[in-house]
Design a protein around this ligand. Structure first.
Ligand SMILES: [Zn+2]
Length: 137
């Protein structure tokens, strides 16, 4: 098996998915499984720039207040609980790369897809939405 194949087949590590502040916040299992399915369908490695975030870290990096990256257990009381840590920002090298990921992401059930060619990432999340939503940053 080549290194590339190994990268695709192994599980995502905690380091790849947990909040970058070191608090240990992780995405929900269902979203991790969907991300794993996405990588399987794409059959290529994915570089995760950002996944789960605690509220404090999300604030520190100036993330949106209602960002799907925020883990629900660390959300403020009364805030919506349907997004819970289910956002993933994946590094892209081109618009073609992003498009390929976007098509596969829809196929495996991600419902929010945002592309930033300026900052070289695609955001995907499986937040409950009435319809699949696309946007550009
Ligand atoms: Zn954190």
């Amino acid at each position: 098996m080549s290194n590339q194949e190994l990268l695709i087949r192994q599980r995502f590590t905690r380091q790849e998915l947990q909040c970058r502040c070191g608090c240990g916040a992780m995405p929900p299992q269902a979203s991790i499984e969907r991300l794993t399915a996405l990588r399987y369908v794409l059959d290529m490695p994915l570089t995760i720039n950002s996944a789960a975030r605690c509220v404090r870290h999300n604030t520190n990096i100036k993330g949106a207040t209602n960002s799907p990256h925020i883990v629900p257990s660390t959300a403020r009381p009364g805030e919506q609980k349907t997004w819970g840590g289910c956002g993933f920002d994946i590094r892209i090298t081109s618009l073609a790369h992003a498009t390929r990921i976007a098509i596969a992401a829809e196929k495996v059930g991600f419902r929010g897809i945002g592309i930033s060619t300026k900052n070289n990432f695609i955001h995907i999340d499986d937040m409950a939405r009435p319809q699949i939503t696309h946007w550009d940053y």
